[in-house]
Design a protein around this ligand. Structure first.
Ligand code: CDP
Length: 401
């Protein structure tokens, strides 16, 4: 009012203008910070997915809607056993082991205290992953999405897989994870680090247990448990773990059958369309499952070119460049999409633990740790460690209490 009526001195008007000029950038900064915090921390390019390589929009699901409520109901910081717990780590042996770890660019944190899950971090990762990964459509082909005689392109190479009548019989009508959501999930990798961990009971207490590559469980229950709701199986293991093609015995087939029977009616996830050389192995799996009428719920992910890209970019955004994502990296992506709390065991691609104990590559064999030219496991491990530190998951590399 006064500004109009009074003859306002120049100095006063100048002050008002100056105040305006100063507050505007501050207002802008504050709005920018707010919008930044509202966004997930990772920024990725949109990817396409599906058998035909067409772009799919990630459908909003009930599970996603429930997620916030479930998280709010669960404790905000669910503490678990520590990673490299300073109290129990033998410092001298840990130092001896640093050579290998530092070759991998990894410095073992010596003073890491008890780690907890942070629901905000879990939620951020989940929301981010759900933008690019649909745990239903990316998990498996369904009967309505393929037909007999259809050729499905492999992930690597120009050739394609022929959908036979037998194969189609195993393709599910709908995704076995449709509308599924879990509070606690264990993702069990196969590193020798789990030996003598006594983590079996803890793993079995989880709502949903994911295992990699049809691993041997019998005889290792104390350390890895026995529950398996979701088991992956690279077709190549038919050849690697159950006798070579030119030398397959009845015993090899029996062992394969026994292992497949252990899945019961739970999910068997077979990435069947990776390379053409795997076709023969896929046919064996199909034949065994059908011939013995195993009640398994099968899942055949469409060629994972786009998902590989997604997983790689998640790792790249965390600052790590990886080659083809390993099964374990894929399983973290799945778990992040469907689980509130993710506990990872058996992820440790090094030949010695922090106490200098020699580790085998797999807990169930005596193979030495080899540097893998297909995957970048040490890099993946570092990214998992980073997620662990932020509370997005719990990475177990120590004994369970
Ligand atoms: O299918 P893949 O060859 O990638 O894996 P695997 O040897 O059957 O082990 C399953 C997963 O456990 C791997 O994909 C890795 O993510 C993890 N792993 C690890 O971190 N360290 C090891 N020494 C072995 C496996």
């Amino acid at each position: 009012m006064c500004l109009k009526k009074c003859n306002t001195p120049r100095l006063f008007r100048g002050g008002v203008v100056l105040l305006f000029v100063l507050t505007l950038p501050m207002l802008y900064i504050s709005l920018y910070e707010r919008s930044k915090n509202a966004e997930p921390r990772f920024h990725l390019k949109k990817v396409t997915s599906g058998v035909h390589g067409t772009s799919q929009r990630v459908k909003k699901q009930t599970a996603k809607d429930n997620f916030k409520d479930v998280l709010a109901a669960s404790s905000r910081r669910a503490c678990s056993a520590s990673f490299l717990n300073a109290d129990s780590t033998n410092q001298t042996s840990a130092q001896n082991n640093t050579a290998e770890l530092s070759r991998a660019g990894f410095t073992a944190p010596q003073n890491e205290s008890k780690m907890c899950l942070n629901s905000t971090e879990v939620q951020n990762m989940r929301q981010h992953i759900l933008k690019f990964y649909n745990p239903e459509t990316n998990l498996t082909l369904t009967q309505s999405s393929v037909r007999i005689g259809q050729r499905l392109k492999y992930e690597f190479g120009a050739e394609s897989f022929n959908v036979t009548e037998d194969f189609l019989k195993l393709v599910p009508k709908e995704s076995p994870l449709k509308d599924r959501h879990f509070k606690t999930c264990a993702v069990v990798g196969n590193s020798g680090i789990v030996l003598n961990s006594s983590c079996g009971q803890e793993i079995d207490s989880m709502d949903f247990v994911i295992r990699c590559n049809l691993p041997q469980i019998e005889g290792y229950e104390k350390d890895v448990g026995s529950k398996a709701n979701f088991t992956t199986m690279n077709p190549s293991i038919v050849n690697h773990n159950f006798g070579q093609w030119n030398n397959k015995t009845k015993d090899d087939y029996d062992r394969l059958l026994r292992r497949l029977k252990q899945i019961g009616d739970q999910i068997l996830y077979v990435p069947a369309f990776t390379t053409p050389v795997q076709e023969k192995n896929v046919r064996v799996i199909t034949q065994v499952l059908l011939e013995h009428k195993l009640p398994i719920s099968a899942a055949f992910p469409p060629a994972r070119i786009q998902i590989n890209r997604l997983v790689k970019s998640i790792w790249a955004n965390a600052g790590f460049k990886i080659r083809t994502p390993s099964t374990g990296a894929h399983m973290y992506t799945l778990a992040a999409a469907i689980c509130d709390q993710i506990y990872m065991y058996g992820f440790y691609p090094f030949s010695e633990d922090t106490r200098g104990r020699a580790l085998s590559y797999h807990y169930y064999d005596t193979d030495k740790m080899i540097s893998n030219s297909v995957h970048s496991m040490p890099e993946e491990f570092k990214a998992l460690l980073q997620l662990h530190k932020r509370g997005a998951l719990v990475l177990h590399t120590e004994q369970c209490n």
